[in-house]
Design a protein around this ligand. Structure first.
Ligand code: BES
Ligand code: MN
Ligand code: ZN
Length: 501
């Protein structure tokens, strides 16, 4: 969905437009340059109001004043917004700041924001990050609300001018942020879509839209997957009326189109009832979000292709619906995966790993990538371990894990490394097959990761368990909805910082 928000960069000196003028204040008050910009008398009046109200410029604080006289631009009111926080200097500081300021602007009105603090004017990169934060905060999913509120008392500022020192450079820096925002928006939309609309076939059709950005798309139907022997993936979907799909997306942006690619793999269970091991009714509607891993991969491919990333990247998503039915898979079934390894199904609700097993194996065999990173809303147990602040990071490769961890810190999409090991691996040994699909009560997220590791064939690999971070997400300065789009900004950063150029 669009944000309803139009942002433009204009010079600091340019007259503001619209009824609202927003200025940023730090501990020491307003930037000295603002005296000239606003006029001595108005600047003095703002300073006086700040001391009268004991306003210290703290992040999250805002002071709105009527602007009767003296302002050249004649706003009807001025908002002083505090930006004094410890990490305002570092990204994701500026992204978050954009979200914070957005929430302090009066709703439904055009506004001008002067991007200058006592520490100086925002750099072009910081200005673009700030704008990205505003857009992320303005996102909402209202496609299915037929009675929308009228604009006057609606929820979004319509057009916002961002006054910056160097608008040309800020606009240039904004190009990559537009690409990233577009990717997050796609991921959020996909996760928010209801499961009667977003079937595997419809999901594949949405991914196919990336073709217009130069992404090559291959869609494997059930017949093709059967030929390839993907019985682990197909077994999950066999109880559904909806056909399963596997979508491969290729963005070959590196100088050498033949250079070894990197790969991202997503779990796309468009709805997870649990199957025959059916879930309790309470909260089951949330399982429409069990495709957030696949959504993040599509969003990531959009971002990379839109900003023409200089990297060869494969995206692969396994799309199935997990339903109970006369044809559904049973606990006790033994299925043969594409790798040849057999799996005893203990619990049909541990389905994500079955889908990923075949997709990971296929991607490794077909593309021999330098690494594979998979994203999956894989276990409830990861929320017990880490809450909703960190996604679980499991990896067989310390360098890849470290790079992911750093990208998490840089974007605020935080990861926490979890262990793997032979002792945990034993928990999924089976008496009647090569392995079973659950590992007992303890360490549920770890045994799930051990299962996946058996399908990566020695490839450097990381698994991100995003069950707690991608859906039912905690509200933050830059996420006001149910789905955060977790993973898009993180992995775009991983590619940009470590695998381009
Ligand atoms: N999709 C769920 C995991 C999940 C739970 C995601 C809550 C988001 C929010 C997954 O398929 C699942 O059902 N996992 C089971 C595994 C168990 C049966 C071994 C779980 O976590 O209970
Ligand atoms: Mn499940
Ligand atoms: Zn699931």
């Amino acid at each position: 969905m669009s944000t309803g928000l139009t942002l433009s960069f204009v010079p600091l000196a340019q007259q503001g437009a619209g009824p609202v003028l927003a200025v940023l204040a730090g501990k020491s008050g307003l930037a000295p340059e603002l005296t000239q910009r606003l006029g001595a008398a108005p600047a003095k009046r703002l300073s006086e109001a700040m001391s009268a109200e004991n306003f210290k410029g703290k992040t999250g604080a805002a002071l709105a004043l009527p602007a009767e006289t003296g302002f050249g631009e004649k706003p009807t009111h001025v908002v002083i917004i505090g930006v004094d926080s410890d990490d305002e200097e570092s990204r994701p500081g500026f992204v978050r700041l954009g979200g914070q300021v957005y929430s302090k602007l009066p709703k439904g009105r055009d506004a001008s924001v002067l991007l200058i603090t006592p520490k100086g004017p925002f750099s072009p990169e910081d200005s673009a990050d700030f704008a990205l934060g505003m857009k992320l905060a303005a996102y909402k999913f209202d496609r299915y609300i037929t009675k929308k509120k009228p604009d006057e008392n609606g929820e979004v500022a319509k057009s916002v001018l961002l006054h910056v020192a160097d608008p040309v450079a800020a606009r240039r820096a904004m190009k990559t942020r537009e690409a990233i925002y577009g990717g997050v928006e796609i991921a959020r939309d996909l996760v928010n879509e209801p499961p009667n609309v977003l079937t595997p076939v419809e999901f594949a059709a949405r991914a196919e839209k990336l073709e217009k950005l130069g992404v090559e798309i291959e869609i494997l139907d059930e017949k093709t997957m059967k030929k390839l022997g993907m019985r682990a993936l197909l077994g999950v979907g066999q109880g559904s009326e909806q056909e399963s799909r596997l979508v491969i997306m290729k963005w070959m942006g590196a100088k050498n189109e033949k250079a070894q690619p990197i790969a991202f793999v997503g779990k796309g269970v468009v709805f997870d009832t649990g199957g025959i091991s059916i879930k309790p009714a309470a909260g089951m509607e949330d399982m429409k979000g069990d495709m957030a891993g696949a959504a993040a991969v599509v969003g990531l491919m959009h971002a990379l292709a839109s900003r023409k990333a200089k990297a060869n990247v494969i995206g692969a998503i396994g799309l199935v619906e997990n339903m109970p039915d006369g044809k559904a898979q049973r606990p006790g079934d033994i299925v043969k995966s594409m790798s040849g390894q057999t799996i005893e199904i203990i619990n049909t609700d541990a389905e994500g790993r079955l889908v990923l097993a075949d997709v990971l194996w296929h991607v490794k065999q077909k593309f021999n990538p330098a690494f594979m990173v998979n994203l999956a809303t894989l276990t409830g147990a990861i929320m017990v371990a880490l809450g909703q602040e960190h996604a679980g990071l499991f990896s067989n490769n310390d360098e890849l894990a470290e790079r992911l961890f750093k990208s998490g810190k840089a974007t605020g999409e935080k990861l926490w490394r979890m262990p793997l090991g032979a002792e945990y691996d034993k928990q999924i040994d089976s008496k009647v097959a090569d392995m079973k699909n659950t590992g007992g009560r303890f360490g549920g997220s770890i045994t799930a990761a051990q299962f996946l590791q058996r399908y990566v064939d020695g490839c450097p690999w990381a698994h991100l368990d995003i069950a707690g971070t991608a859906m039912g997400s905690p509200q933050t300065d830059i996420n006001k909805g149910w789905s955060s789009g977790f993973g898009v900004r993180l992995l775009d950063r991983l590619v940009a910082d470590f695998y381009e150029g």
